[in-house]
Design a binder for this molecule. Structure first.
Ligand code: CA
Length: 684
């Protein structure tokens, strides 16, 4: 490496880089290039999302501005972390479409549309999203919503190989970004809201050959177990769990420690959610809601840590994991940090999975504490919903969801996109196992207490002292992932459509700009031709607006076209202002159904429709609000619901699950809601 020009800065960058990337495999191009690119999902295998670049810092960030904007031509959620290598930005949009973009100008170089069947909109629990690609030796690796893994030529976007990683007759999806470890492509999948069995696989990066697969939950014990670990895990289950898959999907978080040669994956919730229906005799149900350390060469399990034994609240441990070296009680410890959905921040010894400490980072009422001796939560009396309806904190969207957090070794703080979204749980008394349908065993509701207001904030957490250092309150929950830099900065987009820079040590807001849309993705930064850039996907969506309906629209602006936004000092571009909200139609609807029929229709709606169309038929904005339909659309309900009239737009046929009479009841219910909208306005 030749040090020229800004010696001081370059040396600082180098030192910071060495700190940030200790242990990452060395590149023939040297460390300065690694610092200037953003070549891996979490910046390095340690997934800290901490950049040593400092051209943009807390003194000059007020000069930041937009230099280019690229439209993804999609109107659903954008969750990807772009990768930027040698001046090309690689990212993914809704429906698993991959884009290669000139990082200097924002001009498209190529795109690859995997042509995912639109019926997958129903199979995906949480929007038709994708979290990005992996790059390795001239290839772009990407998962598709219908369960494929593809290797593309990074220069042309042409497919080199493509494999199907799932049984496509089952409701598996892929939304997570692959990682490449020593030439092996690691990929998991989603689907535990339905009835699948989770696993993570490794494929040969050159050929696409499957090298190993680790199932995260045991299968039918009358058949041979795939691994000794699963034979042991089966002792923690009861009943006939395998008939509904068991869940435990590896749908997002992956990290790697090259020194220990351990691959870490987080596993999801059980299928069904309700443990009493899933495993009636009790048990921890390994390896649900767990962090697993695997050997990347073989997929063998080395250790596990289960965050929520016997999970029954959708408390996935698939949230972002960060590897760091922390000084704890005078000793340097190799730790793994995670803030999973269950509301506790965990610091583990990543060599052996032992708990070092845990404390709640948001209000929690399902557990009293994590016992430091046993490493297990002490469940709170009253969190079991078998005997009646209870309010549970956090709710199923978690105190923190997939939105990446970041760790700044200079401030010692972890920046968590935290949220408070309590939920009301009751046992679903009408539960039956219907393969391929939503599969919870829970009757979910909104908490009755007016004190339980949805809330979101940027939380700066001290992982050594396990306490909050500062927070910035946002207007609502479901905000973007974070990026931190050696310029003493934290960047975060917000659900109300701003992109904001804060001073990393104290949370002072230093700069913000309208982002054209609610933001959920995490930004990245890189340097090209001596200029530091920050890039961000801006596209509102994901689980919260899809499943929460109306409340999601109170803060977020109307959905706009998705964009990749790129910022640098003295950028001058602006974005169009938010679209106006739609006015209700002025026609009148003739509703003839009785009150009892409408009530029946409402129950059917919440069983079959509200996961996408929102509770009470109030859309969260991603999908057209059904109450705004005009009379001719209501006339088409039999064709829309039972045939495949709108399949190309993501509406599957419900034939086989619903009959003509039930469709008519649902139609009556939605017409009633539409009439209310016309007479009362949009009061939800
Ligand atoms: Ca889940």
């Amino acid at each position: 490496m030749t040090i020229v020009g800004r010696h001081c800065c370059n040396i600082l960058i180098l030192i910071a880089l060495l700190m940030a990337s200790c242990g990452i495999e060395s590149s023939e191009d040297g460390n300065s290039k690694l610092a200037q690119n953003w070549s891996k999902h979490g910046f390095t295998d340690h997934e800290q999302r901490f950049s040593p670049l400092n051209q943009i810092d807390d003194k000059n960030v007020d000069r930041l501005g937009l230099v280019w904007s690229f439209e993804t031509r999609t109107y659903r959620g954008l969750e990807a972390t772009p990768l930027v290598v040698d001046g090309i930005l690689y990212t993914t949009a809704s429906w698993s479409v991959v884009f290669a973009i000139d990082a200097r100008t924002g001009k498209e170089i190529w795109n690859w549309d995997p042509q995912v069947p639109r019926s997958y909109a129903y199979r995906a629990c949480c929007d038709v999203i994708n979290r990005g690609v992996a790059l390795y030796q001239g290839k772009v690796y990407t998962g598709t919503l219908d369960g494929r893994l593809a290797a593309l030529n990074a220069k042309t976007g042409k497919v080199i190989w493509e494999v199907v990683t799932v049984d496509q007759s089952q409701p598996y999806t892929i939304t997570g970004a692959p990682r490449v470890i020593g030439g092996k492509v690691i990929i998991g999948n989603s689907g535990a809201e339905f009835d699948v069995r989770g696993y993570v696989s490794a494929y040969d990066g050159e050929t696409g050959e499957q090298l190993w697969r680790f199932h995260t939950v045991p299968g039918n014990p009358s058949e041979p177990f795939e691994s000794p670990a699963l034979e042991k895990a089966a002792k923690t289950w009861s009943g006939e769990w395998w008939k509904s898959g068991g869940g435990g999907t590896v749908w997002d978080s992956i990290a790697y420690d090259p020194d220990l040669d351990l691959l870490y994956v987080g596993t999801g919730n059980g299928s069904p959610w309700n443990r009493h229906l899933r495993s009636p005799g009790g048990g921890d149900n390994l390896f649900l809601a767990s962090i697993l350390a695997l050997r990347p060469d073989t997929g063998d399990l080395v250790w596990h840590y289960q965050t929520t034994p016997g999970d029954t609240w959708d408390y996935t441990a698939t949230q972002h994991m960060i590897l760091a070296d922390l000084e704890i009680q005078g000793e340097s410890r190799k730790v793994l940090m995670q803030a999973p959905k269950n509301g506790f921040f965990y610091v583990l010894d990543r060599a052996n999975g032992q708990l070092i400490s845990a404390n709640n980072y948001v209000p929690v009422n399902w557990a009293l504490k994590i016992d430091e001796q046993s490493g297990r939560p002490v469940e709170a009396p009253g969190s079991d919903y078998r005997s009646g309806r209870v309010t549970v904190k956090p709710g199923p969207l978690g105190g923190h969801n997939w939105q990446p957090m970041s760790y700044n070794p200079e401030t010692g703080l972890v920046y968590i996109p935290a949220q408070e979204l309590a939920s009301s749980f009751a046992q679903d008394l009408s539960f039956e196992h219907l393969p391929g349908t939503r599969h919870l065993g829970v009757d979910l509701g909104v908490p009755e207490s007016p004190a339980e207001v949805p809330s979101g904030y940027l939380l700066a957490w001290n992982p050594i002292e396990q306490k909050e250092e500062w927070r910035v309150q946002h207007p609502g929950p479901w905000n973007g992932g974070t990026l931190t830099t050696t310029g003493n900065l934290v960047f975060q987009g917000t659900g109300d459509g701003r992109f904001v820079a804060y001073r990393a040590n104290d949370g002072e807001k230093l700069w913000e700009m309208w982002a054209g849309s609610g933001v959920i993705a995490a930004p990245v930064t890189y340097q090209l031709d001596g200029v530091q850039y920050v890039s961000l996907m801006a596209g509102w969506g994901g689980a919260y607006p899809l499943v929460s309906g109306g409340p999601a629209t109170t803060v977020s602006p109307p959905v706009s076209v998705g964009r990749v936004l790129t910022f640098a000092l003295d950028g001058r571009l602006t974005l169009p202002p938010p679209a106006k909200r739609q006015q209700p139609p002025s026609d009148s609807l003739s509703l003839t159904a009785s009150a009892a029929e409408i009530e029946q229709g409402g129950r059917l709606f919440s069983r079959w429709c509200d996961r996408c169309h929102g509770p009470g038929a109030v859309s969260g904005g991603l999908i057209k609000d059904l109450r705004y339909s005009t009379a001719p659309v209501f006339d088409m309900y039999p064709d829309i619901v039972l045939e495949k009239m709108l399949e190309a737009r993501g509406m599957p046929s419900f034939k086989g699950w619903l009959n003509q009479e039930q469709t008519e009841l649902i139609r009556s219910y939605v017409m009633k809601r539409a009439s209310e909208l016309r007479s009362q306005g949009d009061v939800q």
